[in-house]
Write a protein that binds this ligand. Structure first.
Ligand SMILES: Nc1ncnc2c1ncn2[C@@H]1O[C@H](COP(=O)(O)OP(=O)(O)O)[C@@H](O)[C@H]1O
Ligand SMILES: [Mg+2]
Length: 340
């Protein structure tokens, strides 16, 4: 049987470039070489696509599968034939529907959420609007646009959380304890986005749950996030060696754990996700489960939370990759039957 040609997209234009490269390396190491002919494409911080050698491009350009015209030194260049693209890109210009739209136009199968779900889940403000519409409990917040900054208010008291609407990795987020800190928090958040959320601070436990599937998504066993190097799950806690502890299963009663899993799948379905997602929660001290956010391309090394939670649920990293490639092909086949 011919091997499937998989292109792993890594890097990208966002501040999460390096994290993406680390995730992609893990994917490249673990995709079974007996099943897949793998190539990687690194998107530089300036948006250029770094293809592998000319010779390899020529070799890959034969055949009848998809040919992607990719931006290279300002000119479109053929990527060659690819059966499935695996975007391992975080944040803007990768996880937000832009790359997904490009892959849709090219007509190639790709792993993970489609255009709408990617764009929706990247935007914490719009995502929460959809969750509220579907009756899924989320953390209370108000949204402030940069052009209305002079009207920004904190209706929640202190501490209060201020975050850019469309970013990740805790970049640009502050927990303000005084009006002065609140003002500085807005300054910082507006450096990263024109839209900012002022959000009620949740005390209690932070819990994450991985989801896998298309039409019948399944939830992993959830895990509890315990930041070790800071008070909250900031950039250092996320990426420094020993920055956090993942407790699986969370130290919560069974009914609460089941509720997290149920809401993880509900949030995945409500936002039209496909393939994979990691849904992040707060469980308040009185046991209320609230959705914080949904990541359509979560950190994806073999030791990232997404993979660890499935490993604890009996699905290995390699199996996850196989399944995600299958799901990408399955979606494309399904969608090819539609009339437009
Ligand atoms: N409402 C909140 N209450 C308490 N902590 C919060 C709240 N919102 C965010 N945080 C902290 O900030 C971290 C990052 O926030 P999050 O909304 O998940 O943004 P990102 O997309 O950057 O991960 C969370 O993991 C949590 O530790
Ligand atoms: Mg988060």
């Amino acid at each position: 049987m011919a091997r499937l040609r998989v292109a792993v997209l890594m890097g990208g234009r966002s501040s999460e470039h390096e994290i993406s490269v680390a995730s992609a390396r893990s994917v490249l190491e673990s995709l079974d070489p007996d099943r897949y002919e793998v190539r990687s494409i690194e998107i530089a911080r300036d948006g250029r696509w770094e293809l592998t050698s000319q010779a390899e491009q020529a070799r890959l350009a034969k055949g009848d599968a998809e040919k992607l015209p990719v931006p290279l030194n300002g000119q479109p260049a053929p990527l060659g034939d690819v059966d499935v693209v695996f975007p391992v890109l975080h944040g803007p210009f990768g996880e937000d529907g832009t790359v997904q739209g490009f892959l849709e136009l090219a007509g190639v199968a790709y792993v993970g959420a489609g255009v709408t779900a990617s764009a929706l889940c990247m935007d914490k403000d719009l995502f929460k609007a959809v969750m509220r519409d579907k009756g899924i409990p989320v953390v209370a917040s108000v949204t402030v646009l940069e052009r209305h900054r002079d009207q920004a208010e904190n209706p929640f008291g202190y501490p209060v959380v201020v975050k850019p609407a469309r970013l990740g990795s805790s970049v640009g987020i502050s927990i303000a304890k005084t009006p002065e800190e609140f003002s500085r928090a807005l300054d910082l958040a507006f450096e990263h986005d024109e839209k900012v959320l002022v959000e009620e601070h949740c005390a209690g436990v932070e819990v994450e749950c991985s989801v896998l599937g298309n039409e019948e998504p399944v939830a992993s066993i959830p895990g509890e996030i315990v930041p070790l190097v800071s008070e909250w799950y900031d950039y250092r806690a996320k990426y420094e060696e020993g920055g956090m502890d993942l407790v699986v299963p969370p130290r919560l009663d069974e009914a609460t754990i089941a509720r997290v899993q149920e809401l993880a799948v509900a949030a995945f379905v409500a936002s039209d996700c496909e393939g994979m997602a990691r849904v992040d929660f707060f469980v308040s001290e009185d046991g209320k489960v609230l959705v914080n956010e949904l990541n359509t391309i979560p950190g994806f090394t073999s030791t990232s939370v997404y993979a660890k939670l499935f490993e604890a649920s009996g699905i290995s990293y390699r199996e996850l990759l196989d399944r995600l490639v299958e799901l990408a092909l399955e979606r494309r086949e399904r969608r090819e039957r539609l009339k437009y």
